[in-house]
Design a protein around this ligand. Structure first.
Ligand code: ADP
Ligand code: MG
Length: 410
């Protein structure tokens, strides 16, 4: 009864996993703050959600987008920025899609038709348009204008238009990044006058919601170079692992009721998980959503009966060890050398000796103060470590990988 077709775990990227854990704060932020405020025409910043690979940034915003769609909102198709691509083209294309959903193409006003034509040239030429077409408005202006139109239509229909741009760290060209942030920022910040009863006029923002997701490195670029403008328009959250409590809660449905699967006879059956099997999945994955899905999937395949046992979780994990290790290795190996050295020095020291000056010396920094920025980045930007009088790890899988035999279970 357990097979590839009914396995609910999904250690692959870019889908909303069926077995969902935590992230309540971010989901509530969308439902209770961002969406209602934008619907009401109140100012509210866009959201930037950053985090090391595999922490569930894309999944989170996909889930938010699903929620939006279910409420009748307009949502851009997936907008992943491949490295080296011109994001202005991609965003123009996505915004044209929104404009389509909003029915702008059917509108007769000359202004709208001209605007759409200009967005189409941004879609075709992207940033190159800035250099070539010195007569026309800059691409960012065009994108902001079309978003405003989409927003106005959305407001008339009581909907929100949601734009999600993923892998934003891949936007390496400063000018392109700044055009994009200004376009989105201007649209979010745009206010229309509304006439109130009694002839009063008030200002109202448009129901536009923007989510940017990507690796923490984006914060350096956007934060440092775009300074105040970026911070005024976007609120940044950096994800950390998922709490064990939330992971446990996600597996509760297996432990108590069983997970419903179809049977060959056309009925349904339930797959359960022993409590200690669930506890072990939670323990093994160290708060990493990717590893949570991986452990779950491997346990599912480690047997075919109606109960997932502790032994099956362990057997499954043995088959996943190298993949789990490779996952964490990828996180560590993409860090700049200094950060890796700092982490390694920290890992090599016993927990009680992890003080800043000792780590800095062990990591080979000439003066302890030279290690300051590195430590700060690992803490506030990446959230891999936590500084204090004693330093500790915040990323539990990185800690386990660097300080113990984990992911080995034997
Ligand atoms: N809240 C969650 N609960 C359970 N699994 C999750 C959750 N968020 C993400 N995942 C799983 O973690 C893996 C990585 O998610 P993804 O969104 O691709 O990460 P990122 O975009 O941060 O690299 C995927 O397999 C996904 O199914
Ligand atoms: Mg992703």
């Amino acid at each position: 009864m357990r097979n590839a077709l009914d396995n609910p775990f999904s250690p692959g990227s870019d889908i909303v996993p069926e077995v969902w854990a935590g992230r309540t704060q971010q989901l509530n932020d969308w439902r209770d703050v961002l969406r209602p405020r934008r619907m009401a025409g109140l100012p509210e910043r866009g959201r930037t959600i950053l985090g090391e690979p595999g922490l569930g940034k894309s999944s989170l915003v996909r889930r938010i987008a699903d929620d939006a769609r279910a409420r009748g909102d307009w949502v851009t198709p997936q907008l992943r920025i491949p490295s080296g691509a011109d994001p202005l083209k991609l965003v123009a294309s996505a915004v044209l899609d929104l404009a389509d959903q909003a029915g702008l193409a059917a509108r007769r006003e000359k202004r709208i038709r001209e605007l759409l034509a200009r967005v189409e040239s941004v879609e075709a030429s992207g940033f190159a348009l800035t250099l070539r077409d010195r007569e026309g408005p800059e691409p960012y202006r065009v994108l902001a204008d079309i978003l405003v139109e989409v927003g106005r239509t959305a407001r008339h229909q009581n909907r929100v238009a949601l734009i999600h741009i993923d892998e934003v760290q891949n936007i390496t060209n400063e000018n392109v990044l700044s055009q994009l942030l200004i376009a989105l920022g201007d649209a979010i910040g745009h206010e229309d006058d509304v006439e109130l009863p009694g002839g009063l006029v008030a200002k109202r923002t448009l129901p536009l919601a923007v989510y940017l997701t990507g690796l923490p490195d984006f914060e350096d670029r956007a934060g440092a170079h775009k300074g105040a403008t970026f911070a005024r328009r976007f609120q940044t959250t950096t994800l950390t692992g998922i709490d064990d409590e939330d992971l446990n809660a996600a597996l509760r449905q297996f432990v108590f009721d069983g997970w419903e699967v179809p049977t060959e006879e056309g009925g349904t059956a339930r797959v359960r998980m022993e409590q200690n099997a669930a506890d072990t999945v939670v323990d093994l994955c160290r708060g990493e959503p990717f590893l949570f899905q991986l452990a779950g999937e491997k346990a599912w395949y480690a047997g075919s009966g109606e109960t997932i046992t502790l032994e099956q979780v362990r057997a499954g994990w043995r088959g996943a060890e190298s993949e789990a290790g490779a996952h964490v290795e990828r996180i560590v190996s993409r860090l700049p050398q200094r950060e890796r050295d700092f982490l390694q020095a920290m890992a090599d020291l016993p927990a009680e000796r992890r003080r800043f000056s000792i780590i800095a010396a062990e990591a080979g920094f000439a003066k302890a103060t030279d290690a300051g920025p590195t430590a700060q980045r690992l803490d506030t930007i990446r959230r891999i470590i936590k500084r204090g009088s004693k330093y500790s790890f915040q990323h539990r899988a990185v800690e386990a990988y660097m300080t113990t035999d984990w992911p080995s279970i034997d």
